[in-house]
Design a protein around this ligand. Structure first.
Ligand code: SF4
Ligand code: FE2
Length: 645
């Protein structure tokens, strides 16, 4: 296979292809190459039947139910091992989001106490959450109200009994009834994580059904004290996103600017870097540059894009390639999805890789500590380091793929409602509900999650989206999947060419009522924690219709999942009664029981998440087939609601 064929097989992003060629010429290794080196993957690992829970092992049992050893040394079966491993994986997906929520919570608390250099920009969100929590809001100073809200949130990390406050705040009553009956309502995020780790420890829980219920409970911890809590408190601190226009692809890195990439997830870090880049912009001009250019990668990109319109260089799988442009003075990272391989790539250039969170250090990176109190010091120090590196740039090594793509973002629920209000001010959700009822919008699918160097970058994310759009399904998007859509023109009104006529007409009508040519066919709703916004939209629609979320003609899809976070977010939506598609197999197929329980495929196991919650897992690698499976389910749910099909 020629080099060119190989590179074009790895990604559909032509800018990334160009940089992979540069990496090869300069003999620099990337994740795409390392992914190939790992093939073929171990079948025991792929199917979830490899157990390393104690020192009698590691044990590997049969992955196809027939050949091979049936039990580990302790007697654990494939069902037990797979269920335990899956719970462990879901804990690893949930914990980073719960830690994210705890960081923002402490930042809000210290801001309210006047100890941290942030301000409360989201007054409306604070008041609305304060009211929902039953606090007095009239005449109360914002700092005082924020402090009270933060203290209630803190109970979700401290209380030893009762139900999570953020679950009560955000969940639909009908869903709470279901979860209460199954005894899976979480109390305290840290306590639930500790309980789950205890369940999976050697010699503890081995009942796969109870382990599966533990998985669903962890999904609720993820949903409420991970996703919702993070988004709500971030909106209080930084403001609720509104419609913004931006640019995508590697071409957003500008040769004549000091370039800083922000990468990771925590906006308290990236917002401060952006703030200080604006304050010190003239110092870049003194160095002969045109200014300081901040670009985003992964969800740090999403956070700054949604609220500040900052442009996006690339998504997860190609993060190393941003450095290979040779034009980044610094890459600032915080938490989640940071490849350790970045340090090795940065060594080949003048780029300084800088870690920031006190508990997350990266081998080979320098470190500037972020704490809420020292946030300004961190922001200034990082930008000054980037400025100092600008004269060190080797122009001979600079190669920035040309071209950018226009995209719209900032579709918070509040922004969507405001756009719909242009059609019906008294009942803004009604135009959307009528469009769904008539079949002009067949259903809504969230395309979320990652890219994964095991599969061709951006291909499945965009193909699933296009097939759904063709069938008049409205797309909402978050995370690195949203970046795939953005890079390929699906976050712009130009993307309407991929839509069925009915959907295109609806999006054009809403857009034109708001002075735009049309809305894009995929609405970018934010970062991975902002999957909470998608949940809020579903709850609002279900409440307005007087039905449960599980009855809505909707689905979720993560076509290029790589992170356990995609699995924990997916679990949250399955618990809501929403079908969730993943395109890269989760390690469950070694257990007929776990696979049947989650996918509701035919088998002997009688209890499925579909029956208990109304949602199931769809594993399908083929994007068109995946879209068609979701469409079939949407039609099934439409029929049950008595809607036109
Ligand atoms: Fe083997 Fe059981 Fe130990 Fe797992 S817990 S490694 S199956 S002995
Ligand atoms: Fe993310």
């Amino acid at each position: 296979m020629s080099r060119q064929v190989l590179i074009t097989d790895l990604t559909i992003d032509t800018g990334v292809q160009e940089l992979l060629g540069k990496a090869e010429q300069e003999n620099i290794e990337t994740a795409f190459q390392r992914a190939k080196e790992q093939e073929p993957h171990c079948k025991f690992g792929l199917t979830g039947v490899c157990c390393r829970r104690c020192l009698q092992g590691p044990c590997k049992v049969t992955f196809n139910g027939n050949k091979g050893i049936k039990r580990g040394v302790c007697g654990a079966t494939a069902d037990q091992i797979v269920a335990r491993n899956l719970l462990s994986l879901i804990v690893e997906g949930t914990t980073p989001h719960v830690e994210h929520a705890r960081e923002i919570l402490h930042t809000l608390l210290e801001t309210a106490e006047g100890k941290a250099p942030y301000e409360i920009k989201g007054k409306d969100k604070l008041i609305s959450i304060g009211k929902k929590l039953g606090l007095t809001v009239d005449g109360v100073e914002l700092d005082k109200l924020a402090h009270e809200v933060a203290l209630i949130a803190l109970q979700d990390f401290q209380q030893q009994s009762g139900v999570s406050h953020w679950l009560r705040l955000r969940a639909q009553d009908k869903s709470i009834e279901t979860w209460e009956k199954l005894n899976i309502l979480p109390s305290n995020a840290h306590l639930e994580i500790a309980n789950a780790i205890n369940k999976t420890a050697m010699g503890c829980e081995s009942d796969p059904v109870s382990l599966l219920l533990g998985i669903m409970k962890m999904g609720l911890v993820e949903g409420y004290d991970g996703l919702h809590l993070s988004t709500d408190l971030q909106d209080i601190l930084f403001g609720t996103p509104r419609l913004v226009k931006t640019q995508y692809r590697m071409g957003v890195i500008k040769e004549d600017y000091v370039n800083i990439a922000v990468h990771g997830h925590i906006p308290m870090v990236s917002e401060k870097v952006l703030e200080w880049s604006r304050k010190l912009n003239d110092e870049a001009k003194a160095l002969g540059a045109k200014g300081i250019n901040i670009v985003g990668i992964c969800c740090s990109a999403n956070e700054l894009l949604m609220r500040q319109g900052v442009s996006v260089a690339t998504n997860y799988a190609s993060q190393e390639l941003a450095i290979i442009t040779g034009a980044l003075e610094a890459m600032v990272v915080d938490a989640q999805c940071i490849m350790p391989g970045l340090a090795q790539v940065a060594e080949c250039y003048h780029t300084e890789l800088i870690s920031t969170l006190p508990n997350i250090k990266i081998e080979g990176a320098s470190h500037v500590d972020w704490t809420p109190e020292e946030a300004d010091k961190m922001g200034e120090e990082i930008v000054r380091r980037a400025l100092a590196h600008y004269p060190e740039r080797d122009q001979a090594k600079v190669q920035i793929p040309e071209g950018t793509v226009e995209a719209y973002a900032g579709f918070s629920v509040e922004q969507i409602v405001e756009l719909l209000a242009a059609l019906n001010g008294a009942d803004p959700l009604l135009p959307l509900i009528e469009a769904i009822a008539k079949g002009d919008i067949l259903g809504v699918v969230a395309i979320v999650g990652c890219t994964n160097p095991k599969v061709k970058q951006d291909l499945a994310n965009t193909e699933v989206a296009k097939e759904l759009m063709r069938n008049n399904v409205l797309i909402v998007a978050t995370g690195c999947s949203a970046h795939s859509l953005g890079k390929n023109g699906l976050l712009s009104p130009a993307g309407l060419e991929y839509c069925g006529e009915k959907l295109a007409n609806v999006l054009t009508a809403i857009g034109q009522a708001n002075g735009l040519p049309a809305l894009p066919p995929a609405l970018h709703m934010g970062s991975c924690v902002d999957n909470s916004r998608i949940d809020d939209l579903l709850v609002a629609l279900a409440n307005r219709l007087g039905v449960g979320v599980r009855e809505l003609p909707v689905a979720g899809s993560s076509p290029e999942n790589h992170s356990p976070k995609a699995l924990s977010i997916g679990t949250f939506f399955i618990a809501q009664g929403v079908d969730v598609h993943i395109g890269v197999n989760a390690p469950i197929t070694g257990s007929p029981l776990v696979e049947q329980a989650l996918t509701a495929n035919k088998g002997e196991f009688p209890v499925t998440t579909d029956e208990l919650f109304g949602g199931k897992l769809i594993y399908e690698a083929d994007p068109i087939q995946a879209a068609q499976t979701m469409i079939a389910r949407i039609i099934q749910k439409r029929k049950a609601l008595g809607l036109v099909c």
